[in-house]
Ligand binder design. Structure first.
Ligand SMILES: NC(=O)c1ccc[n+]([C@@H]2O[C@H](COP(=O)([O-])OP(=O)(O)OC[C@H]3O[C@@H](n4cnc5c(N)ncnc54)[C@H](O)[C@@H]3O)[C@@H](O)[C@H]2O)c1
Length: 389
């Protein structure tokens, strides 16, 4: 990595999937620009760095991040609604917060999506989809969309973040082993290639950094790392950490810092938004379950601390419960042990708002990814590569 170049001009943020998370992100950015809502939860806006000399400046004052005023949003979605209608449908924000932003929100209209119901079964939108002969053709039309969006919005740089529905879980196959295999697979319409991989491929070919905001396995394969290295583009992301996983990322490091043991962690939640509905499908849920389990393992490092974490039992449940909408309720029962193996329990009941917690992450991830790109980062982060090996 090198010293990043300055963030000049506009940054286009491309969000394939314009549901609850994407529309809440746009609205929050528009409101923050007007000064009507503070960007709570965004490290890139409110976070500070301890320089060790008594000074703690705002991160955004010492790193050349794209300014809030310089962000433009683009999207694809099989539902043809504009962002205002999609936000009303998502039902996360109240009318008093959404109505003042109507004009800006209505200006965001989704481009035609590449979808495949074999990968997301419970997907209803169908009026705004591309009809192409092959996955290769689908990728070429996405590349044209990216180029057109960049030109029409006079963007200097772009970042893509996958905010669409979680896809079915499938291990990478032969088609994901190299760029050559993958491109051959696109041309042959290989069933092992998911829609999110077609978007990610189009992004990388346009030298656009790609972030996965969902647990889908999209970029977790050698072909994408190879392509990103070749094109000098960074890759990142594995699900937003909002409900159960947010608590794991907060409590896990605390337990480890105190060298307390874990014998079991049971998490369950109820969620009633469209994401919850998609996750009712066992194949989409499997992607979520695996990514949630990986989080705790990567924090606790049971290989280094076997006496504390080797036998920890971890169970994750998600239940679709329409009355709650985006207001998720997550329960955690954590069985821990301390000095002389004496057992203790922690019980947490977290009443959270899923997209309110995810939106600032979209802002942070895209801004930091754009910074990483300007600093010469490429491919998957080292930790992800080691985890994959
Ligand atoms: N809500 C959260 O806080 C949260 C937290 C962690 C992860 N996630 C993940 O983020 C993603 C988005 O969550 P959400 O709550 O906004 O879901 P959502 O269901 O409200 O929105 C997803 C959108 O993606 C669209 N879509 C599906 N396949 C597509 C494709 N191939 N191309 C373009 N658009 C497509 C759907 O039509 C829908 O509008 C989900 O995968 C979810 O699991 C969300």
């Amino acid at each position: 990595m090198t010293k990043p170049t300055e963030a000049r001009g506009k940054l286009g943020i491309l969000t394939p999937g314009m549901g609850a998370v994407a529309t809440t992100t746009y609205a929050g950015v528009f409101a923050a620009r007007r000064g009507t809502a503070a960007p709570v939860g965004a490290l890139s806006e409110l976070g500070r760095l301890d320089l060790g000399n008594g000074k703690k400046p705002l991160i955004k004052d010492i790193l050349p991040l794209a300014g809030l005023q310089d962000l433009v949003f683009g999207t694809w979605d099989p539902y043809g609604h504009d962002a205002f209608e999609a936000a009303v449908e998502a039902n996360v924000l109240s009318a008093k917060d959404l109505l003042p932003l109507e004009e800006e929100m209505r200006s965001i209209k989704p481009m035609k999506a590449v979808i495949d119901r074999n990968w997301v079964k419970r997907l209803e939108g169908s009026g705004n989809v591309k009809v192409t002969k092959s996955k290769w053709d689908a990728a070429q039309t996405l590349i044209e969309d990216i180029q057109r969006f960049k030109a029409e919005n006079s963007c200097d740089r772009l970042v893509m973040i996958w905010t669409a529905s979680t896809e079915a879980y499938k291990e990478p196959g032969a088609v994901h082993q190299s760029v050559t295999d993958f491109e051959k697979g696109l041309k042959e319409d290989n069933a092992e290639i998911s829609p999110s991989q077609i978007y990610a491929y189009a992004a990388l070919k346009e030298r656009v950094p790609f972030i996965n905001g969902t647990p889908s396995v999209t970029i977790d394969n050698p072909a994408f790392h190879e392509l990103a290295m070749e094109y000098g583009v960074p890759l990142a992301g594995k699900d937003f950490k909002t409900g159960q996983t947010l608590l794991k990322t907060i409590l896990g490091p605390g337990l480890k810092a105190r060298m307390l043991g874990l014998s079991g962690w049971f998490s369950t939640n109820i969620l009633g938004n469209r994401d919850g509905e998609v996750l009712e499908d066992p194949e989409s849920f499997k992607s979520k379950e695996i990514s949630k389990k990986q989080v705790l393992e990567s924090i606790l490092e049971s290989d280094l601390y076997p006496e504390l974490y080797k036998d920890a039992y971890h169970k994750v449940r998600i239940n679709y419960y329409p009355p709650r909408g985006d207001d998720k309720e997550a329960w955690d029962n954590i069985d821990i042990f301390g000095w002389m193996n004496y057992p203790m329990q922690i019980k947490v009941d977290f009443l959270c708002k899923d997209s309110i917690l995810a939106a600032p992450l979209v802002l942070d991830l895209t801004r930091f990814m754009d910074l990483a790109h300007r600093a010469g980062a490429r491919g998957l982060p080292q930790r992800r590569l080691h985890a994959r090996a």
